[in-house]
Design a protein around this ligand. Structure first.
Ligand SMILES: NC(=O)c1ccc[n+]([C@@H]2O[C@H](COP(=O)([O-])OP(=O)(O)OC[C@H]3O[C@@H](n4cnc5c(N)ncnc54)[C@H](O)[C@@H]3O)[C@@H](O)[C@H]2O)c1
Length: 326
């Protein structure tokens, strides 16, 4: 049994616990949250030892791997300690709050030879995985234009409202828009040029629009968490190829070509009964990324997807885009 130590049992910790409970050969062995009732909820139905702080877990728990689902401003300090304890470490995205922290994590991982995976989850989301194959295989010709969009109501669930404080979360650009930036960079590499604007009405109205120029095509990325609670969370894309348009929107994955409109069917992960709510209805990518992480840890193999180095590259891009001076 692979013993998991989970630090942070809020929105994302609950999502991860739900996934671990459905992965074979894996056991939730320790959980920590300063809001103890959150940790107790996730330990329910398992033999997990409950700790109050992440540091208590890191000092005392007997675990094989650590998963950090803390608010972003707490990632680096816990991750640096975790690398002295385990060989495999998962950190939710964004990997860290600042570029300096990201660089410190890279140095520590080298020194301790720790394998890290970062929760850039859409790299593991079924539709995005399928899109990558279409781009790489050239099945529909070259890319002509691409648009990635992620729009959300104001995130009000965070511990001590940390998400709406850019000095603790990096704001909507670093927390939400980074998903599509990371995916775009992983698919097409660094753009030749880019132009990015973020409105200045404060985090509750935060909106980011980015235009990325590649050889022969343009990618636009739109992100906001400034919508009213009545608006559903949406993560969509439309990629125009020479010979087809691939669109993931409104719960449908479609191909439009000269012959007509075709719904694309892809297999979804079976998640069993989850313990999470929230505004994301499809948990498939979370399950897929944690299956990958657990399998690598069980086999003692290197992490090759959503690596620390990838995540720090994306962090650097986003921090520069929105004008943070680091
Ligand atoms: N991959 C995704 O799609 C996705 C979605 C949402 C959030 N996230 C990321 O996941 C991370 C967590 O976000 P969240 O939405 O779950 O936040 P959250 O506020 O819901 O949960 C964080 C939890 O950490 C606990 N905590 C705070 N300090 C602690 C400490 N010292 N020791 C132990 N527990 C402590 C809090 O009590 C809280 O329960 C963030 O980095 C966020 O950006 C990723």
């Amino acid at each position: 049994m692979l013993k998991i130590g989970l630090i942070g049992c809020g929105f994302m910790g609950a999502m991860h616990a739900s996934c671990y409970k459905n992965i074979q050969g894996v056991e939730l062995a320790a959980v920590a949250d300063v809001r103890r009732e959150k940790a107790k909820d996730l330990a329910n139905g398992t033999n997990a030892v409950i700790y109050t702080t992440g540091k208590e877990l890191l000092e005392n728990a007997e675990v094989d791997v650590i998963d950090i689902c803390l608010p972003t401003y707490l990632h680096a300090e816990h991750a640096l300690l975790a690398m002295d304890k385990v060989d495999y470490l998962f950190i939710e995205k964004p990997v860290a709050l600042t570029v300096a922290e990201g660089d410190a994590l890279i140095a520590k991982a080298k020194e301790t030879n720790t394998q890290l995976q970062i929760g850039q989850v859409i790299r593991f989301w079924d539709e995005y995985v399928a899109l990558r194959k279409m781009v790489e295989s050239g099945t529909y010709g070259k890319v002509v234009n691409a648009n990635f969009r992620r729009i959300s109501p104001v995130p009000t669930w965070g511990f001590e409202d940390w998400l709406l404080d850019a000095s603790r979360s990096g704001g909507a650009a670093q927390d939400l828009h980074i998903h599509d930036v990371d995916y775009t960079l992983s698919l097409f590499g660094e753009p030749k040029e880019y132009f990015s604007v973020k409105n200045t009405l404060g985090e509750k109205n935060s909106y980011v629009n980015t235009l990325m120029q590649y050889d022969g095509f343009v990618v636009t990325v739109e992100g906001t968490w400034g919508l009213p609670a009545s608006h559903p969370f949406e993560a969509t894309f439309r990629v125009v190829f020479e010979n087809a348009v691939i669109e993931n929107a409104g719960g449908k994955f479609m191909r439009y070509d000269a012959e007509g409109a075709h719904e694309i069917t892809i297999e979804k992960a079976d998640l069993g009964v989850g313990v999470v709510g929230g505004n994301i209805s499809d948990l498939g990518g979370y399950y897929n990324e944690l299956c990958y992480f657990c399998e690598k840890a069980m086999k003692g193999e290197p992490i090759e997807q959503a690596t620390l180095s990838d995540a720090v590259t994306s962090l650097k891009f986003v921090r520069k885009e929105i004008g943070f001076a680091d």
